[in-house]
Design a protein around this ligand. Structure first.
Ligand code: SF4
Length: 366
């Protein structure tokens, strides 16, 4: 059950009018998306995890491929992680997929292969937080609980003219309370999706389309003329930049030396070229030789740069430069490694930045 203490009585705007206007608008204007044709909790779970931090247009083909390959929690739990990572490749934020795979195992072991339909139980699954729990429970199981993502937070902060930072815990709780008073008992999933959809296509961050909005008459921010400066956000931290180097080393048959990342941590279990982060002010040639020594116990000669890519993660940005290198001494040890031809490079899961390097130094043929 959604915690009862969060169901407080908010003053006007009138909840009934808001529900009616919003769901009526949603029925007419909602985008046609594959996960909206189903009430299968598994499919809804996959879509909600994929949609975190990722655009709808990007998610659609991944969602369809993923469901075709792993149609239920049992098949997902049985599949090797490498296979699941490969289907996820380039969707980013790989912790999500590792958690999905882990949670599929939990669903099979603890819940007989079925996604639990209770608030307390679904929150036990790896990678399932309050938003995802709310979305699955309301859409698939008809539970009247909120599902609050960034879009919903923006709409509610404007609708109720909340001028405190939405990054503060107290404000988030206040928003939960507001949404808790709005989610209807009947068809709560439709209401939650309508609220998210309004935030995604109408009440957008920079230029809310108020004249087309079904809630315009009830929206305090619109009436007060402050919609454009809501929601208030906390101060953004500056994102650090890291210089990353990698070694492109070929054997006598032209195959490339690649290494598997540790299972835990950023990009866990994906493959990459030997290399890593340079120390501050460290010359790339020196740094790359140092990293190859630490990572694989080998001595390498570092030649000229072959390719460079820039990439942004949530908390930092990188510039990744790949150098042509030669293996001078030693046999790789430590991390899992292999010599891979072009075909194998294509089959193994790589991060987006590493894939760009791989395609640039060993273009796929055919
Ligand atoms: S009236 Fe404007 S600011 Fe208010 S909810 Fe609608 S789009 Fe957002």
């Amino acid at each position: 059950m959604w915690p009862q203490h969060l169901k407080t009585n908010a003053s006007s705007p009138d909840p009934k009018r808001i529900r009616r206007a919003l769901t009526g608008w949603y029925d007419l204007h909602r985008r046609n998306l594959p996960w909206r044709d189903t009430q299968d909790p598994y499919a809804i779970w996959i879509s909600e995890i994929m949609l975190q931090q990722t655009r709808v247009e990007t998610v659609v083909p991944y969602f369809l491929r993923f469901l075709a390959r792993f149609p239920n929690a049992k098949t997902l739990a049985r599949a090797p992680l490498g296979e699941v990572l490969k289907v996820w490749e380039n969707l980013g934020y790989y912790t999500r997929v590792r958690n999905l795979h882990k949670a599929a195992g939990e669903i099979v072991e603890r819940f007989g292969g079925k996604i639990p339909d209770r608030w307390e139980e679904i929150l036990l699954l790896s990678g399932v937080g309050r938003y995802t729990a709310g979305a699955i429970l309301s859409i698939a199981f008809g539970r009247n609980v909120p599902a609050i993502d960034g879009n919903v937070r923006r709409v509610i902060s404007r609708l109720f003219a909340i001028e405190e930072s939405v990054d503060d815990t107290a404000t988030r709780k206040r928003i939960e309370e507001r949404v808790g008073t709005l989610v209807p008992k009947r068809d709560p999933g439709r209401f939650n999706q309508a609220l998210m959809e309004l935030g995604a296509v109408c009440c957008t961050p920079k230029t809310p389309a108020c004249p087309a909005c079904p809630l315009q008459d009830d929206c305090r921010a619109r009436v007060q003329g402050i919609a454009h400066r809501l929601p208030v956000r906390g101060k953004k931290k500056s994102i650090p930049h890291r210089e990353v180097v990698s070694a492109v080393i070929r054997d006598g048959n032209g195959r490339l030396l690649i290494v598997q990342r540790p299972a835990r941590g950023l990009l866990g279990s994906l493959w990459k070229f030997p290399g890593g982060i340079l120390n501050p002010e460290e010359p790339p040639e020196e740094g790359l030789a140092r990293i190859a020594r630490t990572e694989l116990g080998i001595e390498i000669g570092v030649g000229s740069p072959l390719a460079a890519v820039k990439h942004a993660y949530t908390h930092f940005r990188i510039t990744l430069t790949a150098f042509s290198c030669t293996l001078r001494e030693g046999i790789p040890t430590g991390s899992p490694w292999r010599w891979a031809g072009t075909g194998e490079l294509e089959e193994l899961p790589f991060s987006k930045a590493d894939r760009l390097i791989a395609r640039s130094v060993a273009p796929a043929t055919g």
